[in-house]
Design a binder for this molecule. Structure first.
Ligand code: 5GP
Ligand code: SF4
Ligand code: MG
Length: 461
């Protein structure tokens, strides 16, 4: 998901809509904005892209106030129905609070059962509503302290923004799994999932919110930073660099585009062989393919053309729409691949749906050899922290070894970036198994927190 928040800005809702627009890649199912006008909260939420949900000034004008938060939804828990669309607003005894959350809680089902047992009535199936109920039931008196009390009970990944009558709050889980940055524009302060959302409104980047940090920005623009959780080994999601974040964003001080190119260079160093042309699977494979081409000296060409009027295939939630989606999305460019030894570069193979079709397409367009390079290690484990990977038995790399995958994809060679190569690309000497600074659980199965719902609870929804 994508989150955005702004305070001290006369056009708060409009700026939030722009921010969400820049964060569209983080979730395309639904969008929402909640504003506060000094007295009342106003909210508008809808299914679909930001440009559809906020298609006219009329909608924005119904969201007055100098502070607002917004959310783009990408579902990893709960269905895509309006009652699951964020921000969630609750009118609690001590005042209103609106919350927009990116990430996935790994004990949400367990907490929810407890809360229901204690009398809470849920109106959605989203794990974010658990946070709202925990805030409502907290013993502390200030909204801030209630939020801390609530978040001390949850496990998993969250980067969230909250809007209260007092101000804007930002919070990152103690492992810092999902991104969250602070920006400034004149007298306005901004929180956003990625720096590309600051760039779009011309705001300046101030800093990343630290893992486990809570930042409170009041209506006078006063900023307080709290560290309510015990420190943990940082576990920023390495997949943000590989695929999820936008290439023009800078996450934790590292350019996403630069990281992707560096992975491509590492791939070439690890596995180069004589080919005629390096071809990215667009768009996600482009920066890594550029890095590969630069390092190997092989020409980079657009041998696959992507239809830009089709959204990201993966994010549409059913297998049927995914199957249909990929066929509409890519075409091989015969002028580039015919009679050539083609080396394809893509970011990841999940179920294999994309790769099998792409390889077939490139062969049908006359390629003499087809080689595949992947800028992530094999995806062999599900993500429980906010990226929608399927269960293990659907993951190609969990079911087959490298040779079997090569044959199944129909490629002449297949190589995935090594874990050490990936860590080098993001500025580390390699992967230190005892103290790695990124979450890489979907590649290693090394989950850094207990998976309460999966292991001892009723199981994920
Ligand atoms: P597959 O077709 O193998 O199931 O999915 C892999 C493709 O989905 C890659 O081309 C990748 O760019 C794209 N993709 C889109 N969203 C996601 C996501 O959330 N996770 C992963 N791993 N890949 C995704
Ligand atoms: Fe990111 Fe993978 Fe960890 Fe999920 S499991 S947070 S996708 S690195
Ligand atoms: Mg892709």
């Amino acid at each position: 998901c994508g989150v955005f928040g702004i305070i001290g800005e006369p056009d708060a809702a409009a700026k939030t809509a722009f921010g969400l627009h820049a964060l569209q890649h983080r979730g395309q199912e639904a969008a929402g904005i909640c504003s506060f006008d000094g007295e009342h909260f106003h909210s508008h939420r809808g299914i679909g892209h930001v440009s559809r949900v906020f298609k006219s000034d009329k909608v924005i004008n119904r969201l007055p106030g100098t502070s607002a938060i917004g959310h783009n939804r990408y579902s990893t828990s709960g269905d895509t129905v309006l009652r699951n669309v964020q921000p969630f607003y609750a009118d609690l005894a001590f005042g209103g609070v609106a919350i927009a959350h990116n990430g996935n809680l790994t004990n949400a089902v367990t907490l929810r059962q407890r809360l229901v047992g204690e009398g809470s009535i849920f109106s959605s199936t989203s794990d974010t509503e658990v946070i709202v109920h925990l805030i409502a039931r907290a013993a502390a008196s200030s909204v801030e302290d209630r939020l801390i009390e609530a978040m001390r009970q949850v496990e998993g990944a969250y980067s969230l923004v909250a809007l209260t009558a007092q101000g804007l709050v930002g919070m990152r889980d103690p492992f810092g799994i999902r991104p969250l940055v602070l920006g400034r524009q004149g007298g306005a302060m901004i929180l956003a999932s990625e720096t590309c959302a600051l760039d779009i409104i011309g705001a300046e980047y101030v800093r990343d919110i630290a893992p486990g940090e809570m930042i409170v920005i009041d209506r006078a623009g006063e900023i307080r930073s709290l560290q309510p959780f015990p420190p943990q080994q940082r576990q920023f999601c390495v997949f943000e660099y590989i695929y999820f974040a936008r290439p023009d964003s800078v996450c934790e001080g590292l350019s996403v585009y630069g990281a992707r190119k560096a992975i491509g260079r590492e791939l070439a160093l690890e596995s180069h062989l004589p080919v005629d042309v390096v071809v990215p699977v667009p768009d996600s494979g482009v920066p890594a393919a550029l890095g590969y081409a630069e390092e190997s000296g092989v020409p980079f060409e657009f041998g696959i053309i992507r239809n830009h009027y089709v959204g990201r295939t993966f994010i549409q939630p059913t297998q049927k729409t995914r199957d249909l989606g990929v066929k509409r999305k890519h075409n091989a460019n015969p002028a580039i691949v015919k009679d050539k030894r083609v080396l394809l570069v893509d970011d990841s193979i999940v179920r294999g749906t994309t790769s099998i079709k792409i390889v077939d397409m490139v062969r049908q367009a006359g390629a003499r050899e087809v080689h595949m390079r992947i800028s992530s290690p094999p995806t062999a484990w599900p993500c429980y922290y906010g990226i929608d990977t399927p269960e293990r038995d659907r993951l190609l790399a969990a079911r087959y070894d490298l040779d079997a995958m090569r044959d199944l994809l129909g490629v002449d060679s297949l190589h995935y970036i090594s874990l050490d190569g990936l860590y080098r690309a993001v500025g580390e000497p390699g992967r230190d198994p005892g103290a790695h600074r990124f979450c890489d659980a979907c590649f290693t199965g090394d989950y850094h927190q207990p998976l309460t719902d999966r292991d001892s609870g009723p199981g994920p929804e």
